[in-house]
Design a binder for this molecule. Structure first.
Ligand code: B4P
Length: 192
């Protein structure tokens, strides 16, 4: 089974993906994590994406699709892929469809985690404050200014994907406002 987790920043995509990895032997493909790894690697690509990510804009389709292609080509024996934070544009969604077809596979579910903006802001700024309180540093894009840009990018570039997957009959909305376990149970109900 292959699934996509859709939703704005702070909706719980990373959190729920981890729960699915633990419970179903699925593989999490988080483009956010891949790009953060690239940022710290000091490579030319890492340096290129750092400023874009830190201000909250989307990295180019070409780079992100290249990262996903590499992971899919690596293969492996598992219960399916969880796409976390990918696709984020219509071009990425088309590319994912093509990659899946090349592999003789398809997307089984696109799950939209629904959370209102004031809660998203609270969660993300809360995560930043927790990181600092624990003696670490907050994620470079977990601040009010970048968050505004991230939310704008979501509504402008990513939210059209809801219609895209709805038209394919793959979309299910899930209330993302409950506890992490409540949301996980609702997702389990969708996946069966
Ligand atoms: P991501 O890493 O994907 O970050 P995000 O969308 O902001 O989601 P995140 O994973 O942080 O939030 P989560 O819901 O897990 O992307 C970062 C950047 O990378 C992007 O802005 C962009 O620049 C770039 N990028 C990534 N993918 C790209 C793509 N495909 N194309 C172009 N650019 C791309 O959790 C947030 C917080 O909420 C956590 O603290 C968590 O503990 C808390 N939380 C979660 N569920 C909760 C619940 N039910 N109740 C209470 N708190 C909860």
């Amino acid at each position: 089974m292959n699934i996509i987790l859709l939703g704005p920043p702070g909706a719980g995509k990373g959190t729920q993906a981890q729960k699915l990895v633990d419970g179903r032997n699925m593989v999490q493909l988080s483009t956010g994590d891949m790009l953060r790894d690239a940022k710290t690697s000091g490579t030319e690509m890492g340096n290129m994406v750092a400023a874009v990510m830190d201000r909250g804009d989307l990295v180019t389709d070409e780079i992100v699709i290249g990262l996903i292609r590499e992971k899919l080509e690596a293969g492996g024996d598992h219960g399916g892929f969880i796409f976390d934070g990918f696709p984020r544009t219509l071009a990425q969604a088309d590319a994912l469809g093509d990659l899946m077809s090349e592999m003789g596979q398809s997307i089984d579910h696109a799950i939209e985690l629904q959370v209102n903006d004031d809660i998203l802001v609270e969660r993300i700024l809360g995560r930043a404050a927790d990181a600092v309180a624990a003696g670490g540093t907050a994620r470079a894009d977990d601040n009010e200014e970048s968050l505004k840009t991230r939310l704008m990018a979501y509504y402008k570039q990513t939210s059209p994907l809801l219609g895209y997957y709805y038209a394919k009959g793959d979309l299910t909305g899930v209330d993302g406002l409950g506890t992490m376990d409540d949301v996980a149970s609702e997702i389990a109900g969708v996946l069966g």
